[in-house]
Design a binder for this molecule. Sequence first.
Ligand code: NAP
Length: 166
Amino acid sequence: MLISLIVAMDESRGIGKDGKIPWRLQADLRRFKALTMGHHLIVGRKTWETIGRPLPGRQIVVLTRHPDYRPQNCADCLTARSLTQALEIARAAGDKEAFIGGGGQIFAQTLPLAERIYLTTVHTDAGCDVFFPTFDLSEWIELERSEHPADSENEFASTYRLLQRG
Ligand SMILES: NC(=O)c1ccc[n+]([C@@H]2O[C@H](COP(=O)([O-])OP(=O)(O)OC[C@H]3O[C@@H](n4cnc5c(N)ncnc54)[C@H](OP(=O)(O)O)[C@@H]3O)[C@@H](O)[C@H]2O)c1
């Protein structure tokens, strides 16, 4: 099973501010939906609370260390107490690619395991308070890259890349 990170970060590696994603990019949301459709989406409890609703076609697995935590408004969401357990849920279900959807804590723990990163670089500095971990681009091969200008639905220009560990 492939382990893939999917992230949008600004030019300072920022991914979140005040518990939210600080930009509005409809095209990136559509890309996220298309890429993750039919797969497991593993997220930290804080990120789950910003999503707050089921995502049709995706099996959400919420990471939390609290044994009694239940994601509200999502009867189908699963919880896992460790990364190993979350990945095992996806593997046992026969998923060929598990997506790690953040946030900062979860990206930091999963980057060493990741074989792919679906990376959106948002061409701004949004003054974030949560960051993607530093990583060495020379260890990654760029399989795909496309540029997307800002427009009425997309606040900032963005670069989409698919990176595979070299
Ligand atoms: N731009 C993007 O692509 C993107 C994507 C996702 C999120 N974000 C942003 O990132 C921010 C949230 O990130 P964050 O770092 O604050 O929080 P987070 O990574 O979403 O969640 C952290 C929580 O996950 C649980 N957790 C962490 N490691 C665990 C482990 N090994 N085993 C079990 N549970 C574990 C803990 O939950 P408990 O406290 O319940 O134990 C912890 O408090 C928000 O601003 C969000 O909008 C951005």
